[in-house]
Design a protein around this ligand. Sequence first.
Ligand SMILES: [Zn+2]
Length: 116
Amino acid sequence: MSLNERLFAAGLLPAFDEALVARDRAALIEMLTAVDTQPALVNVLLGEGYECWFCGDCISPDHADALYVELSRLWSDTVEAPTQAIYAHFDCAHERMRGAKMEIERETFSLDDDVG
Ligand SMILES: [Zn+2]
């Protein structure tokens, strides 16, 4: 279920939109929490910086290949299963999320490949 769907189901969509226009951080965080969404998403919604999950440094817009990772239970059968969002520099995720048999592939997320 998308954030908008969650907010709509909770009857919070109009208030959320108002808070977004007013950039009312406290109200946004309260409503995000109310619909089981990570309050850190407020930074995304307000167009502010992200913090890398791995190194803790700011992810600025010039990190074009920064990643957004959403986690949820694999075998959950509920539509509105809680999720957790994390943000990471590509290089940090590549290093720290190395799999036993696979690795994160930069070319999958490179904006350069989208051109043409
Ligand atoms: Zn990092």
